[in-house]
Design a protein around this ligand. Structure first.
Ligand code: SF4
Length: 282
């Protein structure tokens, strides 16, 4: 792993979410090394030549910069999203604690805060999260198949650890959204996932289709050819033929909405070009 300490001039950047808001990403690069990660496109701008997942830049002064920036009233009330590009709880966080320090600062402001992670390390910060009035934790779990997880998210914590983290956070009264992104053919079983989410106390689910962008198909293709050759052609057609893609995600939408109804957990699904927001009957 190539680790570099860098400095930043701003801790906050405008994020491209439909509702706007601000993004904080304490780390550039991500050692979780997910094959489908489209954050790898940042290499085009950062000048990194190494393979995605093999380098992490640490913004070592981000806490001091954030302290100064938050004093300005221009950010008042803005939604702040932590980890929009890379995981704020990747393993180096246990050494640097930048995310913990950022949360400590934000806990003294009223801004709504959302955190995105694939790591159970977030439970370390339960004490701060409990003090924050407007916080959501988004934890990604796309499958219950640990073997597939190991292939496509090689260095991230196990599914079992993440579901346990969901459970712990929920029990502590911290709202958790389960993120099923990407929704995989074959490997995403919505009924089984929602059953696990229900037991973990999840209050909401968000799901997205797989976007084949920024060169993320190459790694998926290698895994399929080497370990799942029997489904390679089917998967390739599904993601490279518009009709197959639409038909699959049309069915997937029905499947995930049925699971949402059955387990009474609201789901928002962004599949393909459109999206649907569905809430289960109370
Ligand atoms: S955890 Fe997120 S940012 Fe890190 S490699 Fe995986 S998808 Fe990319």
């Amino acid at each position: 792993m190539i680790i570099q300490e860098i400095t930043c001039t701003s801790a906050l950047s405008r994020c491209g979410f439909p509702g706007g808001g601000l993004a904080i990403n304490p780390y550039a690069g991500c050692s979780h090394a997910c094959v489908y990660c489209f954050a790898r496109s940042v290499k085009r701008f950062s000048g990194h030549k190494k393979e995605w997942g093999t380098f992490v830049d640490i913004q070592k002064n981000i806490v001091e910069v954030l302290i100064k920036q938050m004093k300005s009233s221009i950010w008042k009330g803005e939604h702040i999203y932590i980890g929009t590009v890379t995981d704020p709880y990747q393993p180096l966080e246990l050494t640097y604690s930048l995310t913990r320090k950022i949360l400590t600062i934000l806990s003294t402001y009223d801004n709504p805060v959302s955190i995105f992670t694939k790591s159970d390390s977030i439970i370390r910060d339960c004490d701060i999260l409990k003090k924050m009035k407007r916080v959501h934790v988004n934890i990604t779990v796309t499958t219950l198949d640990e073997k597939w997880k190991k292939h496509v998210e090689p260095n991230s914590p196990s599914i079992a650890k993440r579901i346990e983290a969901m459970n712990i956070l929920s029990r502590e009264g911290i709202p958790v959204i389960a993120v099923v992104s990407p929704y995989w053919p074959v490997f995403t079983d919505p009924d089984a996932l929602f059953c696990a989410f229900k037991e973990a106390g999840i209050g909401e689910v968000m799901s997205e289709s797989l976007n084949v962008v920024s060169g993320n198909w190459a790694g998926i293709e290698n895994i399929l050819k080497e370990h799942y050759s029997d489904i390679f052609e089917m998967m390739h057609t599904l993601f490279f033929n518009k009709t197959s893609f639409s038909q699959f995600y049309h069915r997937a939408r029905g499947d995930i909405e049925r699971a949402a109804q059955k387990y009474d957990i609201p789901v928002t699904a962004y599949f393909g070009m459109g999206y649907a927001k569905k809430f289960t009957k109370k």
